[in-house]
Design a binder for this molecule. Structure first.
Ligand code: OXD
Ligand code: MN
Length: 659
């Protein structure tokens, strides 16, 4: 028993209770050192605590072996994605005080992070390429670049060498084989995440297809290498905050496209640690997409069926925390319409041999923002999260349920609430939110009552329209349509939105967020634009129509002018009809807008000022042109494709000639 680590003892104790034969295996395997490599002639001998070393393909074994030597964990756990494994992980997480059960819900858990580790950290997120300009446009006129952070590969190596050696001492190293996209689909890709966080494993099991069959499909093929450490080897030098291991001072999230590699250190928070999501599916994904001729985008995918039973699929890009999940799971108020969900955050899209754009959702779960989610805003999400869900940084009620801002009318507010910061008997009067504004639910997509029957289709679903949108309180109409593909690419490039809590930004400033990809570009945004534009040159493609929507316009009193949520189906219906060729649009300075009366308002309970919603204040749009030009000049500079500047000139001319 002497050589058992704390985690193997916990495991053993748990399995003795539930499965004695499994306990015997753990004991046998944990005490038997497994020699997996040699360093200077000395065998390195970590214990394989769980899983079969021999089943790993050679390439995976070599990758893991290298990192065992580097990170020096006490034990190794090769994940199989089974229920039994998950039960063990949840048990370990509870023992470590990282999660607690929420007894009012079924198999649901609450994690509270170190308050210093609550969001993506864009300022510490880097991409390493030999040439800076491969990663970011070089800003002009003394501007600070906002389109990602480049690092020299040698400097990155130095940074990583200061962090990773010995970083997993005393901990278990988990090996997670995972597939982004349905296992075996030609649109899917495989990754191996190495992590010392059981929270990451339990979350990756929800967010990706994880386990043994992924390894079988991979064989000796290539995979994306994803290394993650919370950066707190044992014994600890300083106590943890909230039992949440992390190392905010040393955090770095790095990508090395040339080696298809991601190295993330110091943060356990989802966007920084579930490496399949933003790091792989978007940053490296966008690079792979450019290389291979497809798109990796920050987009939801939804199915829309009209009252005649005709169906179309739409992909839509909105910045983080702008309601993608709500739109993807919407209950349409328009009679006869049905929305189904394919994905809520990421779309991988490729033109098929017939020139039809097809999309898959590479994820397997939803990592959604909790505050604002309620039965009135998103009943389908509320249904989804009733079981098998890991909540992070939400508040809890005394009777074992979750709570966050937006649930006031749906919870018995006399039941005491403990806030995400563990303040008991929390009340609104404290002036602090009960849940962190970026608190999340991590929940299996398959539990969503309106998942599309084709959501796991290996060929992907056919996309007929692409929507861009953001939070624009002033001047931006409810909907407009691009004149053509090039104009649509310009619309994506000039997207702006109010900042939200999904990253470390503060305040309600309007930020440029082109294609909702600003934090997620894997390569130079100017080159990304060229990639998008290149599709208009390719013959035989059925290019989808492109739209811009704004659910967030406010009137002079500061109230939202459009009811949003299920009522957005009225806008989707217009898009549906447009993609069907209906003549219900007219030209405006910004694009094609609905002809009067062509948005179906039948049964809409609230009175809506449609004229106001579509008004185009000339001064505001003139300023918009100035701001967008300044942004392009400073941020994209010489990498801006001339076609985009041409579109800006055209917009300027149209705006100037407005009455
Ligand atoms: C997310 C984000 O977590 O965009 O999806 O921040
Ligand atoms: Mn997102």
């Amino acid at each position: 028993m002497g050589s058992l680590t704390i985690q193997s003892k916990v495991l053993l104790e748990h399995s003795k209770r539930t499965d004695p034969s499994f306990a015997c295996r753990i004991l046998k395997e944990a005490v038997k050192p497994v020699c997996i490599g040699r360093q200077n002639g000395v065998a390195s001998v970590p214990n394989i605590l769980y899983g079969k070393w021999n089943k790993l393909p050679n390439k995976v074994r070599n990758y893991v072996d290298e990192n065992i030597k580097l990170c020096n964990p006490s034990t190794v756990h090769i994940c199989d994605g089974s229920d039994k494994e998950n039960e063990l992980l949840l048990y370990i997480l509870q023992k470590d005080g990282m999660i607690k059960p929420l007894p009012k819900l079924q198999n649901c858990w609450l994690a509270r992070t170190d308050p210093g580790d609550v969001a993506r950290v864009e300022s510490k997120t880097f991409i390493a390429t030999e040439k800076m300009q491969d990663t970011i446009p070089i800003p002009k006129n003394g501007a600070v670049g906002q389109l990602g952070h480049w690092i020299d590969p040698d400097d990155l190596e130095t940074e990583l060498n200061m962090r990773f050696p010995g970083c997993m001492k005393g901990r278990t190293m988990y090996i997670i084989p995972f597939s982004m996209g349905p296992v075996g689909s030609s649109l899917s890709k495989i990754g191996i995440e190495i992590t010392d966080s059981p929270y990451v494993v339990a979350s990756m099991r929800i967010m990706t297809r994880m386990g043994g069959n992924v390894l079988e499909t991979l064989g000796e093929g290539d995979f994306i290498k994803c290394l993650h450490s919370v950066g707190r080897p044992l014994p600890l030098k300083e106590p943890l905050n909230n039992n949440w291991p992390c190392n905010p001072k040393e955090t770095i999230i790095s990508h090395i496209p040339e080696r298809n590699e991601i190295c993330s250190f110091g943060s356990g928070y989802g966007g920084n640690s579930l490496l399949g999501k933003k790091c792989f599916a978007l940053r490296l994904g966008s690079i792979l997409a450019k290389r291979e001729g497809w798109f990796a985008e920050h987009m939801l995918i939804l199915g829309l069926e009209n009252s005649q039973g005709k169906k179309k699929y739409i992909a839509a890009a909105f910045p983080s925390a702008c309601g993608k999940t709500n739109l993807a799971m919407m209950n349409p108020t328009l009679p006869g319409y049905k929305v189904t969900c394919v994905g809520d955050d990421i779309a991988w899209m490729k033109f098929d041999k017939n020139g039809q754009l097809r999309a898959i959702n590479p994820e397997f779960g939803f990592f959604g923002v909790a505050p604002g989610t309620s039965m009135s805003t998103n009943p389908n999400a509320m249904e989804t999260i009733k079981k098998n869900t890991i909540f992070t940084n939400v508040a809890e009620t005394e009777d074992g349920d979750v709570y966050w801002e937006g649930l006031e009318k749906e919870r018995d507010m006399s039941t005491p609430i403990t806030s995400w910061l563990r303040v008991r008997n929390w009340t609104k009067d404290s002036g602090k939110p009960a849940a962190h504004p970026n608190s999340r639910f991590c929940t299996p997509a398959s539990q969503c009552p309106i998942m599309d029957p084709e959501w796991e289709s290996p060929e992907g679903v056919p996309i007929d329209a692409i929507i861009f949108g953001g939070r624009r309180p002033a001047g931006v109409p409810l909907i407009y349509e691009a004149f053509n593909w090039q104009h649509g690419v310009f619309m994506g490039a000039s997207m702006r939105s109010e900042a939200t809590a999904a990253a470390e930004h503060k305040g309600k400033v309007i930020m440029n967020d082109p294609f909702a990809m600003r934090p997620f570009f894997g390569y130079n945004f100017g080159h990304y634009l060229k990639h998008w534009l290149s599709f208009q040159e390719k013959p035989g493609l059925n290019l989808p129509k492109i739209y811009h929507v704004n659910w967030f316009r406010k009137d002079d009193q500061g109230s939202f002018m459009w009811p949003g949520f299920g009522e957005n189906s009225r806008v989707l219906d217009w898009i549906f009809r447009r993609t069907d060729g209906e003549d219900c649009a007219q030209k405006s300075a910004v694009g094609m807008v609905p002809t009067p009366g062509s948005i179906n308002l039948e049964g809409l309970k609230e009175k809506v000022d449609m004229e106001g919603l579509f008004s185009l204040p000339k001064e505001m749009w003139q300023q918009e042109v100035v701001d967008v030009r300044k942004y392009f000049d400073q941020q994209v500079a010489e990498d801006l494709p001339p076609e985009i500047m041409e579109e800006l000139h055209n917009l300027e001319k149209r705006v100037d000639s407005m009455l």
